[in-house]
Every structure is written in structure tokens, then in C-alpha cells.
Design a protein around this ligand. Structure first.
Ligand SMILES: [Zn+2]
Ligand SMILES: [Zn+2]
Length: 159
């Protein structure tokens, strides 16, 4: 295989995570209010593909700097030390994983869409994107900054 030609590379990513004990996840009032404010009131576009709630896109809110399940493993002060320098949606301080400053607006495909089968063939997914929970960060973020007309995801086939 020559890298001078388009070439497919299949990643088989595996990670082993030790989560500290945490309460069962329930959507907190803080999270619901932050999501509503970002998605409905501000109509913040999907960080990757740019679609909006007002355009009919099904929008979701991603815990950008820390998942709920890792809330007992994270030092919020460390996150705020880098914040708001990397803050796509807003410059609000992060007070908890559910606070608005920790939320990133994404459409359902750029959030949870899978790179194989359904996402690539979904009629609404004109940009052929896949979710932050399904890809490694370098590939996920490259979807936002790729050249027009260039697709970087290929349909997975069973081998
Ligand atoms: Zn999107
Ligand atoms: Zn998420």
C-alpha cells in the first residue's frame, strides 16, 4: 500500500477505563436547562456539520470536557484553567459536568452516529459524519475541517 494513493486504514480501537463509583445517571435540572438554552434558545449549530434545531435537526448536548460517569475522577479547576480558551460554544465557567460551559451542541449523527452502515446511509446525513462517541478525536474533529467534497470516512464492511 502506498500512502501516495487514497488508502483505507481500519482502526480497531480498544480502551480499558476504570470509572470511580458514581450515582446512576439521571438528567439533572442543570443539564436540561443548559441543553435547552444552547439548542433551543441560542439555536447553536452542530459544532461539526453546522445544522441547527431551527432547521429541524435533532440536536443533542455532549459533555465536552467530562462525562457524567467520570465526574468523580475530574478536577473541575483543571478544566477551567484551560477554559475558555478552548470553548466552541460559549465562555461560561464550568461548575459541574452538567453545567452549560461543559456542553457542546452536536446533531445526533455527529454525537452518537456510527461510522458504518446507518450513519453513512442516513438521508439526513449529507455530510457523512459520525459521532464523537464512535471515533477517535483526530478523525472526529477532522470531519469539521475537511476540504469540501472530501469524505474521510468509508463504509465498514465485514472482513
Ligand atoms: Zn452534525
Ligand atoms: Zn456525548
Amino acid at each position: 500500500m502506498s500512502v501516495n494513493q487514497p488508502h483505507e486504514v481500519d482502526f480497531h480501537h480498544e480502551e480499558h477505563v476504570l470509572y470511580p463509583a458514581h450515582d446512576d445517571r439521571t438528567e439533572s435540572k442543570e443539564f436540561k436547562e443548559a441543553r435547552h438554552h444552547l439548542i433551543v434558545v441560542l439555536d447553536t449549530p452542530c459544532f461539526i456539520c453546522g445544522v441547527k434545531h431551527s432547521e429541524g435537526a435533532r440536536m443533542e448536548s455532549h459533555h465536552l470536557f467530562g462525562e457524567y460517569s467520570l465526574s468523580n475522577a475530574l478536577d473541575i479547576a483543571k478544566i477551567n484553567a484551560d477554559h475558555p480558551h478552548f470553548t466552541p460554544n460559549n465562555d461560561l465557567p464550568i461548575t459541574s459536568v452538567d453545567s452549560e460551559g461543559n456542553q457542546l451542541s452536536l446533531c445526533e449523527w455527529c454525537h452518537r452516529g456510527k461510522p458504518k452502515y446507518e450513519a453513512l446511509h442516513h438521508p439526513r446525513n449529507k455530510h457523512k459524519t459520525a459521532g464523537v462517541h464512535e471515533l477517535t478525536f483526530p478523525i472526529w474533529i477532522a470531519q469539521k475541517y475537511r476540504l469540501q467534497g472530501v469524505d474521510i470516512l468509508v463504509e465498514a464492511v465485514d472482513k
